[in-house]
Design a protein around this ligand. Sequence first.
Ligand code: BG6
Length: 478
Amino acid sequence: MSVFSDNFLWGGAVAANQCEGAWDVDGKGISASDVCTGGSHTRSKRITRTLEPGTFYPSHEAIDFYHHYKEDIALFAEMGFKVFRFSIAWTRIFPTGMEETPNEEGLAFYDRVIDECRSHSIEPLITISHYEMPFALTEKYNGWSSRECIDLFVRYAKTLFKRYKGKVKYWLTFNEINAGTMPMGGFLSLGILNEGTTDFTNQVDNPQLRFQGLHHQFVASALAVKAGHEIDPDCKIGCMICHITTYPMTCNPDDILEAQKRNQILNQFCGDVQVRGEYPKFMDRYFKENSLVIKMEPGDLEIIKEGCVDYYTFSYYMSNCASADPDLEKTSGNLMGGAKNPYLESSDWGWQIDPKGLRYTLNELYGRYEIPLMVVENGLGAYDKKEEDGSIQDDYRISYLKKHIEQMGEAVADGVDLMGYTPWGCIDLVSASTGEMAKRYGFIYVEKYDDGTGDLSRKKKKSFDWYKNVIETNGEVL
Ligand code: BG6
């Protein structure tokens, strides 16, 4: 018998800016991701304040999910998906973020996507904001550093809850909200673009603005949770954390304290606020030592307390090590690197592969929060090669996913309440960190390349049938 529950939510995940394309179609406004150029593992994406003629912007066409959604959802259904995690582009609904009334064409597009999912008995799981706030809010307010964004976001979220009431049960407010604790999250997740920033991976950083922006996101998220529950008492609203599990490099107490500190600030802080409804005490010292002063308005802490999430979701790709020795060899990661772990192998992009770390993480999180968990991103970004017969033999991806699912099973056997699993980029899409298409995650190959060419046709990889069988057997046959 499977260790996973009968109603376990197997599926896959994408984000609007990385798959939809149609960046200026049907009234859509320009989002933060629309001003990011392509890059690579060794060359940073650029952020251009105005669109440069002749420059390639990967989000503008992406894989054109906007016009292929029926075909793509049919393929997900063929794999047996129970859930499909996608995000809504804020700029389709409120093109600048500041309009009084929503854009009907944008709302209607997501009606079509949601209805298509439901016609295949696929439960939609919607991220309200996944790395793509309206760029007009960056220009006017420097993104989330300004409090004005709270009301604008809440208006947007309420519009979605009302429109899709009864059709969407699972929501997430902000994707990887803790990205804001890291310099790269400044523009990516908070839309903060400081004077002098041109490189995505090397932004002019202002921690005061970032942590102030995070506070605004906490208040906005809590207000959205409260409103969502009032509008549709049946819906479940979760948080989403980028979990970069961090081990001490050695049993040297200095390494252990370094790892604990990193875990507190990067991994636990945001989850604690959103699940427990309170700023954790360890942040007081962090704020003090870093001369950060968070401006709060009367009532903010009460709002945060009243808007706790129903479930905790996270992305898990890798683990890192922390060391008190700054000279140790470093490795990379989606938002932040760390010291290199000699026991682990890495992907072509230098992300350390650690399936057992997922079991460890699930146990740690469940012990801390005791609410249902969901792994809403996990996967291997890899170079896929087309064989002469056109097939894609992605055994490396199968091996990565298999080992992680095994460890999820172990965690469930350990007693963790795990709701579901949506591997990232179930169909190839644009990479968030590098803007590449060459970094592929999908079960479905898309003919689209980094120079913008490709006829956008879809093709099943070897992992497609493998995952289909995993779902069919409820994770028993890997
Ligand atoms: C997560 C993001 O950090 O990692 C996704 O939520 C992103 O948007 C994913 O795509 C994988 O990262 P990358 O850089 O390989 O696309």
